[in-house]
Design a binder for this molecule. Structure first.
Ligand SMILES: Nc1nc2c(c(=O)[nH]1)N[C@H]1C(S)=C(S)[C@@H](COP(=O)(O)OP(=O)(O)OC[C@H]3O[C@@H](n4cnc5c(N)ncnc54)[C@H](O)[C@@H]3O)O[C@H]1N2
Ligand code: MOO
Length: 440
């Protein structure tokens, strides 16, 4: 949400990619933090420092299934001269009051179970006869099948030093320590830590809700029959997938016909669940390109700071673009061109950083690298336009896939990178060092 109005210039002015991106990012602000359940916070930015309320582990516990014993009782033990100890009971993980281990005694202990009072160390079950009176065993028999295993005698075949196989209280993190700092992005390891210290909810910036809306009377939803002159609506799917990939909660609104009133009504209906609206199609100069017409008056026209600016960019694909904010909450809106590759490239360059800015992330762009251009012939690019060609990148080399046509979806599906050809370059020979955007 923002009140910043986009810059404007004459209709023939060509804006640079960077100017357009700067203008977009100046209109989006990180969303207000909310308290979320842990798993709902995955991928989100933490806005609080999290302090450890209880040490991890909370108590000394065993790292092995075995026997909790006293060091002196097993000193010098060997398979030939085992230490014979009286088994006083079982300590399963979760046991609150384990039995005391006195001299000459052992308690059968499970991984994660608290070290019982009196015990000083743990011998793994493989170092014992498991209470069976024969040679070394490879494991314990299930308590349900052999309850007598918790009693009787065990022969220990090897000594163990003090606190062997014992995970000390607080050896991971201590009560009062900083578990995570504000600004941390919550991936699976961070969610693991939060759960381990007992946090059920955390304060984060939420995932933006992004409404993706395609426009065009020619569009048919996948799965339905294709009539003459019609095509399947791929953009609403690709951009919804892009929005999810960027971290958003995305809502796909299937194709809206080329009718300004219908489009306006649809967008207004969607504003209630949108932190960002992305449309595709209808932004060029055709008689049925109604997005421009419709967006001139969406939402509350009396609200200052709103409005969508349509402009041409010095780029290929993706020349016609619209952006601004609409409605009473000044919801940001990006109107992307309809050609499938144009909409995809535009989303990656402009909508993705906007989504990631809304999330409060600092790393908002796709990673870039340099690569050597592979292939047999030169790449050509129109003068004065920054071109984003689809490429396949591996091991420091990149090769173009497909041509420059912004309808080439099959080639896009084989690409894993965009090759950037600067505005002042019209031809790039194989072997040249080029900039590459990695699509991940
Ligand atoms: N006279 C001019 N014509 C065009 C210009 C221009 O400067 N002068 N610019 C061209 C460029 S560049 C682009 S990009 C497109 C942008 O057009 P629109 O944003 O108005 O998009 P549409 O006309 O609605 O569609 C263009 C193309 O893409 C197909 N399309 C649209 N939506 C979808 C969808 N959801 N899924 C799959 N395919 C879609 C549509 O059928 C058209 O083929 O304008 C050029 N024209
Ligand atoms: O700019 Mo359009 O997006 O080239 O096809």
């Amino acid at each position: 949400m923002s009140t910043a109005a986009p810059r404007t210039a004459g209709p023939d002015h060509l804006w640079s990619v960077d100017e357009h991106l700067d203008d977009i990012l100046a209109t989006v602000r990180p969303l207000e933090p909310i308290e979320l359940q842990l798993l709902d916070a995955q991928g989100c930015v933490l806005v609080e420092d999290v302090t450890v309320p209880v040490s991890l582990p909370p108590f000394d516990n065993s790292s092995m299934d075995g026997y909790a014993v006293r060091v002196a009782d097993v000193a010098g033990a060997s398979e030939r001269y085992p230490a014979a100890l009286e088994v006083v009971g079982d300590v399963a993980a979760g046991r609150a009051e384990p039995p005391r281990v006195g001299p000459g005694q052992a308690a059968r202990i499970m991984t994660g179970a608290p070290l019982p009072p009196g015990a000083e160390t743990v011998v793994p079950v493989e170092w014992t006869d498991g209470g069976l009176g024969e040679g070394p065993v490879t494991g314990m028999r299930a308590h349900s099948l052999a309850p007598e295993g918790a009693t009787g005698q065990v022969r220990v075949h090897r000594p163990a030093g003090a606190r062997a196989h014992v995970r000390a209280e607080g050896s991971d993190v201590r009560a009062g320590d900083r578990a995570l700092e504000a600004g941390t992005v919550l991936g699976p390891p961070q969610i693991s830590l939060l759960a381990a210290i007992g946090r059920g909810t955390v304060r984060v910036r939420p995932r933006p809700r992004v409404v993706v809306l395609s426009t065009g009377s020619e569009l048919v939803q996948p799965g339905e029959e294709l009539g003459a002159g019609r095509i399947y609506d791929s953009n609403s799917f690709s951009l919804t997938a892009c929005a999810r990939d960027a971290g958003a909660i995305a809502y796909r609104v299937g194709a809206v016909a080329d009718d300004a009133d219908t489009l306006r009504d649809t967008i207004e209906d969607q504003l209630v669940r949108a932190d960002l609206v992305v449309t595709t199609g209808g932004v060029s100069v055709g008689a049925y390109d109604v997005v421009r017409e419709a967006l001139a008056s969406v939402g509350d026209e009396d609200e200052p700071g709103g409005g969508i600016d349509f402009r041409k960019l010095a780029m290929q694909p993706g020349k016609p673009q619209g952006f601004g904010s609409i409605g009473p909450d000044h919801t940001p809106l990006l109107a992307l061109p309809g050609n499938p590759v144009s909409s995809y490239v535009s989303f990656e360059l402009f909508a993705r950083p906007a989504i990631r800015t809304l999330m409060g992330l600092t790393d908002v762009h796709r990673p870039r690298t340099r690569a050597t251009l592979a292939g047999s012939g030169p790449l050509t690019s129109p003068e004065g336009r920054r071109q984003f060609l689809r490429g396949r990148y591996a091991d420091g080399e990149v090769a173009a896939v497909g041509g420059a046509g912004s309808h080439l979806v099959a080639a896009l599906a084989r690409a894993n990178a965009l090759i950037v050809v600067p505005e002042d370059v019209e031809s790039v020979a194989p072997g040249t060092d080029v900039e590459v955007i990695l699509l991940g």
